[in-house]
Design a protein around this ligand. Structure first.
Ligand code: NAD
Length: 577
């Protein structure tokens, strides 16, 4: 049988309800979450199997997708399916508590770990880019990132504006799979969001899902509206159809200084993810095909200018941070290669030599600025989905979580707003940040809900790879570690190993997520609460060990909060005995 060349909504519809298509609930969960990742309500470009984050895919091609679906249906309860960069390559005998699926995506030997080599392999059909939750089958649409973005802006509000963004102008760019969460996260913190996006359909998609309030095609009209809302103290979000560079240039010309400034274009991927300001969408698409090298060069030039404009606004007072897309590194790479050697400077950036050198990293990443203190407590993006497909099941879990952790006021505020404002995409799902101790209690309680029939089918629990102990990414999650261990990648590998040993349902190890090839190694974990005693034991182990790895990693680096958290939760820190 031949596989389709594009997404087939009937064939790939996510099964729901309590009946199994596979030989066990864990395989069934993997099947449903894989298909859910590709659901057009969830995925950015299902016809290309792209879920989010530039070219983050769930399966290598449609043939591989069909083969994975088949493999999951025949997979026994004492076997494990091996996925190599989005393609099933074998089924091996393991045991009932082993992961049913083991995934490795986009791994390259370090000396070859760059986009150029990856692109060659991808062209030959030998690899795919898994991003983070795309290739590990636990993406739940923009809600997943709304929570993280909400936490970041809440932390920024606490640090700089007395706990609220009310009356502040927050400028950023990119309304893609992840970036689309920015407008809602900003308005949930009561601020005004002004966001540049070059593709109109992306703006429309965010309007449809109620993540964004308004669309403008004129930059000046968008700025004027944003300023009116700022003065009125209204919480409103505006998407403006333009290049990020054009918006920042206009803000500088009009001497309007945002209160916060960041960016979530897919700068991690200069060829596919970032659109240079010197091209419109049509010319960009054509040049990407006809001359990828020229495209990449234009992309780098544009990102360099983009960062310089951010620095100018920072100098004038905007609180500026990198939002995890590696744009600072791109700018620095460009500067080192071109500007620092003036004979190479390209005409399109005339005036580039006027910028002061070595400033590309002068604004911090969002993790050291706002998130690391949470990581030290084992806190991170705990998420779950109702395999029944019934939103009522999520309502039951919401209630349970709010009753279980009444002291966690930040989480309670988020849960109430999420219930009100988040439209589900695909399988109903929820996310909230929980820390060491809380996650295992929540997992066990969900298992009880399933066992006692209070929900209609099992619950699948997972997390982003952007978590406390699962990632090495020196320009993002592990930027500026206290002991200088930013680039040490033993930690995510230990994380994947310990989750495999503990009996997670599927475990994945990825390279390049968030920041691109060569810049990160990270691990994913998903575990199913199917109401059985075996699941209870596995949940207890995995949901203790997984955040525990983060606490241990930060304690090892010398963070006092992490050492205290380890002591409070009885995590055995050998090195500190
Ligand atoms: P995406 O590819 O789905 O969306 C990127 C968007 O940027 C697209 O809509 C594109 O049209 C737009 N864009 C590209 N160049 C532009 C330009 N010059 N001006 C205006 N708009 C432009 O990607 P995504 O999933 O939204 O992720 C965005 C970036 O954020 C990625 O680099 C990703 O790795 C990073 N990221 C950050 C976090 C975090 O927590 N901070 C988490 C995940 C991903």
């Amino acid at each position: 049988k031949t596989s389709p060349q594009r997404y087939d909504a009937i064939k790939y519809k996510t099964p729901t309800g309590a009946a199994l298509n596979c030989k066990g609930w864990i395989q069934e969960a993997a099947l449903r979450m894989l298909l859910n990742n590709l659901d057009p309500e969830v995925a950015e470009r299902p016809n290309d199997l792209i879920v989010y984050g530039g070219r983050g895919k769930a399966a290598r091609n449609f043939e591989a997708l069909d083969n994975i679906i088949h493999a999951l249906k025949v997979l026994e309860n004492d076997e494990s399916l091996l996925i190599q960069s989005g393609k099933p390559v074998g089924i091996l005998k393991t045991h009932k508590d082993a992961p049913r699926v083991l995934i490795s995506n986009s791994q390259l030997v370090p000396n070859w770990a760059n986009w150029k080599h990856f692109d060659e392999l991808e062209k030959k059909g030998l690899m795919m880019y898994g991003q983070m939750t795309a290739g590990s089958w636990i993406y739940i649409g923009s809600q997943g990132i709304v929570q993280g973005t909400y936490e970041t802006y809440a932390a920024a509000a606490n640090k700089h504006f007395g706990g609220t963004l009310k009356g502040t102008l927050n400028v950023t760019a990119g309304l893609g799979g992840m970036g689309g969460a920015q407008p809602l996260a900003i308005t949930m913190n009561e601020g005004v969001a002004l966001i540049a996006e070059v593709e109109e359909w992306r703006i429309d998609k965010r309007l449809e899902t109620k993540y964004l309030d308004e669309k403008y095609t004129s930059i000046d009209a968008a700025i004027d509206a944003a300023l009116t809302y700022k003065t009125a103290g209204a919480a409103k979000s505006i998407g403006v159809l333009c290049n990020a560079v054009a918006l920042l240039q206009r803000l500088i010309e009009r001497n309007i200084i945002p209160d916060t400034l960041t960016d979530q274009t897919s700068a991690h991927d200069p060829l596919i993810g970032y659109i240079p300001h010197t091209l419109n969408n049509e010319t960009a698409n054509a040049l990407r095909q006809s001359n990828p090298e020229e495209y990449t060069q234009l992309s780098y030039q544009s990102m360099y200018l983009h960062v310089q404009l951010m620095l100018q606004l920072m100098d004038k007072g905007a609180i500026t941070f990198d939002y995890g897309n590696n744009i600072r590194a791109r700018a620095q790479e460009y500067e080192e290669k071109n500007i620092a050697q003036p004979q190479n400077t390209v005409d399109a950036l005339s005036g580039a030599n006027d910028f002061e050198l070595n400033r590309c990293f002068n604004f911090p990443g969002f993790v050291p600025a706002y998130i690391r203190p949470l990581f030290c407590e084992g806190k991170g993006p705990f998420r779950w989905a109702a395999l029944s497909g019934d939103p009522a099941d999520i309502a039951v879990t919401d209630e349970l979580i709010m009753n279980m952790f009444p002291h966690n006021t930040g989480m309670l505020r988020w849960m109430k707003m999420a219930q009100e404002k988040i439209a589900f995409q695909g399988l109903p799902a929820r996310i909230c940040w929980l820390g060491q101790g809380e996650r295992e209690l929540a997992g066990m309680a969900f298992n009880e809900l399933v066992r006692t029939g209070k929900v209609k089918a099992p619950i699948v629990i997972g997390r982003d790879h952007l978590d406390t102990g699962s990632v090495a990414s020196p320009n993002r999650e592990t930027e500026a570690m206290m002991d200088g261990s930013d680039a040490v990648a033993d930690w995510p590998i230990l994380n994947a190993l310990v989750n495999t040993a503990g009996g997670a349902s599927w475990v994945s190890l990825h390279h390049g997520g968030g920041v691109g090839m060569g810049y990160s190694i990270h691990a994913g974990m998903v575990i199913v609460a199917d109401g059985t005693e075996d699941a209870a034991q596995r949940l207890k182990r995995v949901l203790r060990n997984d955040p525990g790895m983060g606490v241990i990693r930060h304690a090892d680096a010398g963070y006092e909060t992490a050492i205290a958290t380890a002591k409070a939760h009885g995590l055995d820190l050998q090195s500190n005995l």
